[in-house]
Design a protein around this ligand. Structure first.
Ligand code: FAD
Length: 369
């Protein structure tokens, strides 16, 4: 069990402080069992879904979380101005239950949890609305806003390389992950989607330009689908890698821009780099390697994956700037079965879910909701 010790100034001192208890934060915490770890989030774990929660089925299999899967998707369908393009998937995707999955990850850590807004960092002190906490090692997993990294380096967050999306959950059944890319019907450089998950679907709109006024367009889209629009969720989606370390801080998940361009797939990256950072941080916390070595090792690990992120970054730039018929032609070209299968193999191997580790359940979990 982990309990922070008091330092000389009455602040609680932890081996590791993780700001943000989303995908990346919980993945890191799962690698840090039996250390004194503090997770800080402004919301209770699993209560604030921002995402459509579509990921490779292999992710759920590797993490032994198949009971969180709501629907398996053996194909993606993209509808352009000249009709649908079907992509049969040799690696299926799935949609999953966010709350159940996050609670499962939380049960696999024994970290302390504090409900507070992270405000910034000073040295090894994390400042929050509930007071200051001191940590030997700090991890920023606060999503796109990168609360710790940005408080040191304001340019860490660059809205010019972020998309923005919103979605609603409606009673609507469907098959496959369904996208629309049709500027003749909706706004240019925008995409619409329906991610079915059993009796319901997550229905959304995103702007690759990061435009945030999307409600009208979502209402138009849901009307076209024949459903309503009530509660909304969403946010920014970074599509350019950011610095993976800022001074003494490990930065993971969206906070480090570890989200793919074009597809906006960020959950796999958050889990993958969250676990990788957690394993390195563990060695630092154990005294096996100095903090500086751990930071360099993590930078190198992220760097080794840079090519995939760069390719998808430029692919997004090309697709969103190409004339629509050319963009549609490219999309049709990639649906050729042999090419699609090769590209999908590479896309999966970029952050291979097989390497994800299932942390054991923790009886004593402080974070257990
Ligand atoms: C509309 C939409 C749909 C998406 N759909 C998909 C999808 O289907 N599949 C996919 O792979 N990706 C999708 N994404 C991207 C995906 O949601 C992110 O890449 C992923 O959530 C990143 O995980 P993370 O842990 O890095 O950050 P987050 O999931 O954002 O978690 C960050 C955590 O930090 C907390 N936090 C933030 N700031 C503070 C603060 N100052 N103090 C305390 N706590 C703080 C938050 O409450 C949150 O719990 C989508 C994104 C959007 C916006």
């Amino acid at each position: 069990m982990c309990v922070g010790a008091q330092n000389g100034e009455g602040q609680l001192r932890y081996d590791v402080i993780i700001a943000g208890a989303g995908f990346a934060g919980l993945a890191a915490a799962g690698e840090l069992r039996a250390k004194r770890v503090l997770l800080i989030d402004r919301y209770e774990i699993g209560t604030h879904q921002v995402s459509a929660c579509g990921t490779l089925l292999g992710v759920m299999q590797a993490l032994d979380a198949m009971d969180c899967v709501l629907q398996i998707h053996p194909r993606i369908v993209v509808t352009g101005p000249r009709g649908p393009i079907v992509y049969p998937l040799s690696h299926p995707f799935c949609t999953f239950d966010f709350e159940k999955f996050m609670r499962k990850l939380a049960r696999r850590t024994d970290a302390d949890f504090v409900l507070a807004q992270v405000q910034g960092v000073r040295g090894d002190i994390v400042q929050t609305t509930r007071g200051d906490y001191e940590g030997k090692v700090l991890v920023d997993a606060t999503g796109w806003s990168a609360a710790l990294a940005r408080s040191i380096s304001p340019h860490h967050v660059n809205k010019r390389v972020m998309s923005f999306g919103i979605e609603t959950v409606q009673r609507y059944r469907g098959e496959g992950l369904l996208f629309w890319y049709d500027p003749t019907r909706y706004r240019a450089k925008h995409i619409q989607w329906i991610f079915p998950c059993g009796d319901e679907s997550r229905i959304g709109v995103a702007s690759y330009l990061g435009e945030t006024k999307l409600k009208d367009e979502l209402e138009q889209f849901t009307r076209d689908v024949g459903v309503g629009t009530d509660e909304l969720h969403g946010g920014y989606v970074p599509y350019a890698l950011r610095e993976p370390t800022v001074e003494n801080i490990f930065v993971v998940g969206d906070a480090a821009g570890q989200c793919f361009g074009v597809t906006g797939e960020g959950i796999r990256g958050a889990l993958y780099f969250g676990q990788a950072a957690g394993r390195i941080v563990r060695r630092v916390a154990d005294g096996e390697i100095p903090l500086a070595t751990g930071l360099i090792e993590y930078r190198r690990f992220v760097q080794a994956h840079r090519l995939y992120f760069t390719l998808l970054y430029w692919f997004q730039k090309i697709m969103t700037n190409a004339p629509i018929l050319m963009a549609e032609g490219i999309m049709r070209f990639f649906s050729l079965p042999k090419l699609l299968s090769k590209i999908l193999d590479l896309y999966v191997a970029a952050l291979n879910p097989v390497t994800l580790r299932r942390a054991p359940d923790c009886i004593d979990a402080r974070t257990r909701p």
